[in-house]
Ligand binder design. Structure first.
Ligand code: GLN
Length: 480
């Protein structure tokens, strides 16, 4: 090999070597395939499309030779098992989608392929994106490449593990309440959840439609910027995408010399917060202050309402979204059902895991006639209040900073006895999701066990270029 994957693992670093034809796309793909084989025990991939990606790599290389390569030519990308790739299985890590083959591409997939990215496979995750550890999967748990006794985070845990273990340069995940940012934090990566409505959801398996976004996991802000430029923007197949022009996010990576930054005091005085995460967040804030930026602590009394609001609404939406898995339309159908009702009942009983069934039942409950006013409608009101309070802050400040997670990557099986306790870990990521705001997690040092810590930056609606520039500034400031 004429390049060293230890150093050249971002696409941005590989790009000039590829364009100058010092290395071939096939060499990059082969290195990734080798990493996948060497680290199978991480369980990061649900399926690897080896032959196909190798065949594509020759075509892309030819295009590069003819100077016709797309803007992501030679980038090796993995897709979370929630993103449709035409002619390939799509399972959302669930038994209920066994044998389902997607007849179309997600818009994200379509645009990645059109930009000559190489799709290497589908990645393991929590079933239907429901979880924070990627242990709730028909494919078994994902392990953290930095310490295999620990989780890689979730629900896009396979996507994070794959990038960290250099099985691909970038992964496409989905983020409903933190599923890109939290695994990025646990694996020491950059994880971007854009504004709701920035990227098409066409071809993403739905969990909670008013929260779901596609998201990007990468080693650097620059790689995130490149991918976002390709996948963002209006799409005739998803009317919830904003009809806004998409900037060239890479070109726009120009940090300013002065920003106004707010941090949420309640997020740092939380007893459950691991002390080293608090310390590193404070150190980062001090570094910003020292570099001439304004940094103010803000009271945010709504923080304690974010989790109940989030879980009430996502379960409600999931209960309706998952109604289509009835044994008639997709995937698995129970083989010991005789009546129509039995087909529904047995298929869903067999096809969904306990966690998914629990959420469907909670969602059905909060939407039921007798409960919706006191639960679902109340949560909608709380959502509006939280959103407004966040927007108020962002009218006065450029960004809100808070930790991405309460702890660093926890041990596998930590929450077997009490799965509800895992929900607490989502406290800081659900805020941006409830408000539909863009947020990014960037590496912010490690704890005493050398486990990565993530810092989260929330920006204003559709200001990804500003958010990415600031995250890039932090990368430089922290020497990441
Ligand atoms: N852990 C959160 C949940 O289970 C977030 C998941 C996600 O963003 N897909 O709902």
């Amino acid at each position: 090999m004429r390049f060293n994957l230890d150093h050249d693992y971002t696409y941005s670093a590989l790009c000039s070597l590829l364009m100058d034809q010092k290395i071939t796309v096939k060499e990059v793909v082969l290195q990734c395939l080798q990493q996948i084989r060497a680290h199978q025990s991480l369980n990061a991939f649900a399926r690897v499309y080896e032959e196909e990606v190798l065949a594509q790599s020759d075509e892309i290389n030819q295009k590069i030779k003819e100077a016709k390569g797309g803007s992501l030519a030679g980038m090796v990308v993995g897709l979370k098992d929630m993103i449709a790739y035409k002619g390939h299985p799509l399972q959302a890590a669930s038994k209920i989608l066994t044998h389902y083959i997607s007849p179309f591409n997600a818009t994200v997939t379509e645009r990645l392929l059109a930009a000559d990215a190489s799709i290497i496979g589908h990645q393991n995750c929590d079933e239907f994106g429901m979880g924070s550890s990627s242990e709730n999967s028909i494919f078994g748990p994902v392990c953290n490449p930095l310490d295999q006794t620990r989780v890689a985070g979730g629900s896009s845990g396979g996507s994070a593990a794959a990038v960290k273990a250099k099985m691909c340069q970038v992964s496409m995940g989905t983020d409903t309440g933190g599923s890109v940012r939290q695994p990025a934090a646990f694996c020491g990566l950059v994880g971007l959840k854009p504004t709701y409505g920035r990227i098409s959801r066409h071809g993403l398996v739905s969990y909670a439609s008013s929260f779901d976004t596609a998201g990007i996991l990468a080693h650097s802000v620059e790689d995130c910027a490149r991918v976002l430029s390709v996948i963002a923007g209006p799409d005739g197949l998803d009317s919830t995408v904003a009809p806004k022009k998409v900037p060239d996010y890479l070109e726009e990576l120009n940090p300013l010399t002065h920003y106004n930054i707010a941090y949420l005091e309640e997020a740092l005085t939380n007893d459950a917060l691991q002390p080293e995460i608090k310390q590193n967040t404070l150190t980062a804030l001090a570094a910003f202050r020292k570099a001439g930026h304004q940094v103010d602590g803000i009271h945010f009394e709504w923080l304690k309402y974010a989790l109940p609001t989030y879980y009430t609404l996502v379960n409600a939406e999931a209960s309706t979204n998952l109604a289509c898995y009835d044994g008639m339309r997709y995937g698995h159908r129970s083989s010991n059902a005789t009546t129509l009702e039995e087909v529904y009942l047995k298929t869903r009983t067999e096809g969904f895991s306990r966690e998914v069934k629990k959420r469907i039942m909670v969602g059905t409950f909060v939407l039921s006639v007798s409960q919706s006013k006191s639960h679902y409608v109340k949560a909608l009101h709380a959502r509006a209040l939280i959103k407004r309070a966040m927007e108020d802050i962002l009218n006065r400040y450029d960004f809100i900073i808070l930790p991405t997670t309460i702890t660093t990557a926890f041990l596998r099986d930590s929450f077997v006895a009490n799965p509800l306790a895992m929900y607490w870990g989502d406290l800081y990521t659900v805020l941006a999701s409830v408000a539909g705001l863009p947020a990014i997690s960037v590496p912010n040092g490690v704890d005493s066990q050398q486990l990565p810590i993530g810092m989260q930056i929330i920006g204003n609606h559709f200001q990804e270029e500003k958010l990415l520039s600031f995250a890039h500034l932090f990368e430089q400031l922290s020497g990441a």
